[in-house]
Structures are given as structure tokens and as C-alpha cells.
Design a binder for this molecule. Sequence first.
Ligand SMILES: [Zn+2]
Ligand SMILES: [Zn+2]
Length: 187
Amino acid sequence: MQLPANLNVYAAAALFVIGAYLVAIYIGLVVWTFRDIRSRTRDVLGQILAVLLVAVFTLPGVLIYVLLRPKETLAEEYERSLAEEAVLQDLHERRTCPSCQRRIEESFVLCPYCEHRLRDTCVNCGELVDLDWIVCPHCGHPHEVSEQETHRSKRKTVRATSTEPAEQEHAAELEPVLEQGAEPEES
Ligand SMILES: [Zn+2]
Ligand SMILES: [Zn+2]
């Protein structure tokens, strides 16, 4: 006699739990879709449509959304564009001689076409070192600008460790230029 009444209570409780569970899943799906679409597109109309799709069609809506959503998130897209940019820049900077613009290999020290100095070798460990690095990244040995480099690039400042004769030589190179510049005023 009492069993049916108890069963009703249990059934009601079970229905309530299942109902609450379904509502929680439903809300979770909508919130997940909202977050997911926001990470993939800035288009507000697209965001609204995606959320409506899931809100109206629930699980099948989620399936359709997953099939149709943009493949990449905005963060992934940004990372990819950065990587592509870095590759392009590397190709541009490393793989052509800055002097004659011809193709060169990564491991080249001198340009084989115009003898332009591309990289140095560390005097301590022998690894390749970029010309504008001040220490060798492989062994920590201070990297000094080579003689050829000081002759070629006028921008490079003479380091404090360099010998005095070298500085005098440098000054001697500049003097004739100044004299030549002054001559036209006399004539
Ligand atoms: Zn070259
Ligand atoms: Zn080194």
C-alpha cells in the first residue's frame, strides 16, 4: 500500500535529478560554444549564430557547430602568422648576401661571389658567430670584430681593447678625406 507512494517520491526525485542534469549539460554546451566561438572569430554575427545553433538544436547543434567552426583559434592563427613572418625574415636576411643579394648557405662565412664577410668563427671554440654579437653564444668567449670587418664597416666602433696604432691608422684614413673636402674652398 505504501510502496506506490514511495515510488512516486523516488520517481519525482529521479526526474528532478535527471532534469537538473540535462539543464546543466545544456547550459554547459551553450557556454562552451560561446567561449569556443569567441576564441575563433571576432565576427559578432557569427558568434550569435553559433550560440543560437547550439541553444536551439542542442547536441546535434554542437555537432554541426564543430563541423562548421573555423579550424584555427585566433591565438593559433596569430602564432602561425608570427612563424611565417619569422621564416620570411630569416630567408631574407640569412639566405642572401647583403652586399650582392645572391643566394648563400647558412654555414657560409664569406660570400663566394663578392667576398663580403657574412659571419665570423669564434677564436676559442671555432663555432660560427654573427658579426654583431659581442660574445660567442657557444662558449662565452668575447667576440672581437675582425680586421677585415673594421676595414669594411665604418659604423663599427673601435673597442676599448683595441691597440692604439689601429686607432691612429683609422684617424690617418680619415684625414685625407677632410683635406680633400677643404681644398675646393681655396681654389
Ligand atoms: Zn655577395
Ligand atoms: Zn666560442
